[in-house]
Design a binder for this molecule. Structure first.
Ligand code: SF4
Length: 264
């Protein structure tokens, strides 16, 4: 699931009878013996009665699924793949995070000329595109954050979906860092944050623009960094003029003074 950048370490033991036992690997350098409930339960998939062991097919969306034999089904699929303009592939999220299926499926689709969708969940894709568009793909590491960050914005981020980042946040917090959660609901992250800003759904950009407005207006910009590492700064700074904290307060529902204080 969303466990990137950590995949927890497990120790698997197989008994003489073929039973698999999983336990947390306490020697794993990252997860250090942690497994979430999903990790603890994953071995149940193997012998689960609902697990698919042979192909099923139905002729229309409301039809019953019927078991099929592999050979005729593969012939049928091969015939359909012969018309790649009528075929598309959507891979499941599990296939993506395994790091192996994703490139294989993309190669397969590209070899045949089939449309393939990147199923990256919206926060990953939008976040990565945003960072890449500004020239940065990794801004820091979680270790760096734990050791050095003074203020951490948990923007639309829920600690529950990335439990392995949690210990690094807590390390930063114990060191004195301030955690600010920005979301449109009280998620589990709100419980560990020093401050929670609840914004109206779909208004993140307004909040970000107003904070940028304050940074530019009040001179909090690191000019040296901007000159060495950015392009288009002056145009961007000028475009912020209309996005005042008063305007963003109307859009986001966050009072103007809190937007200003957050930016500062
Ligand atoms: S957090 Fe849970 S699901 Fe994610 S890698 Fe660890 S055990 Fe697996």
């Amino acid at each position: 699931m969303n466990c990137h950048p950590t995949y927890c370490g497990m120790t698997a033991t197989v008994t003489d009878a073929g039973e698999i036992h999983l336990s947390p690997n306490r020697n794993h350098p990252e997860s250090k013996g942690f497994l979430c409930q999903r990790g603890h339960s994953v071995h149940e998939i193997i012998d689960h009665s609902a697990r698919l062991l042979r192909p099923l097919q139905r002729n229309d969306r409301k039809g019953e699924w019927q078991p099929r034999n592999w050979d005729p089904l593969m012939d049928d699929l091969a015939k359909r793949l012969a018309r790649p303009e009528r075929v598309a592939i959507w891979m499941g999220h599990g296939a993506v995070v395994s790091d192996l299926n994703r490139p294989l499926l993309f190669h397969f689709a590209h070899t045949l000329g089939i449309t393939v969708w990147d199923p990256a969940v919206v926060c990953w894709a939008a976040g990565a595109f945003g960072l890449a568009a500004t020239g940065i793909v990794e801004t820091n590491t979680k270790e760096d954050m734990a050791q050095h960050a003074e203020c951490i914005l948990l923007w639309g981020w829920n600690v529950v979906s990335q439990p392995t980042t949690g210990p690094y946040l807590m390390e930063a917090k114990k060191r004195g860092a301030t955690l600010v959660a920005i979301d449109c609901r009280q998620s589990e992250t709100a419980k560990i944050a020093d401050e929670v800003l609840l914004i109206h759904p779909d208004t993140d950009a307004a909040l970000a623009l107003a904070m940028a407005h304050v940074l530019v207006r009040d001179g909090y910009v690191n000019r040296d960094f901007v000159e060495h590492w950015t392009t288009g700064y002056e145009e961007f700074a000028q475009s912020l003029h209309e996005y005042s904290p008063a305007w963003a307060a109307q859009v986001t529902g966050v009072p103007e003074p809190r937007i200003v204080e957050l930016a500062r």
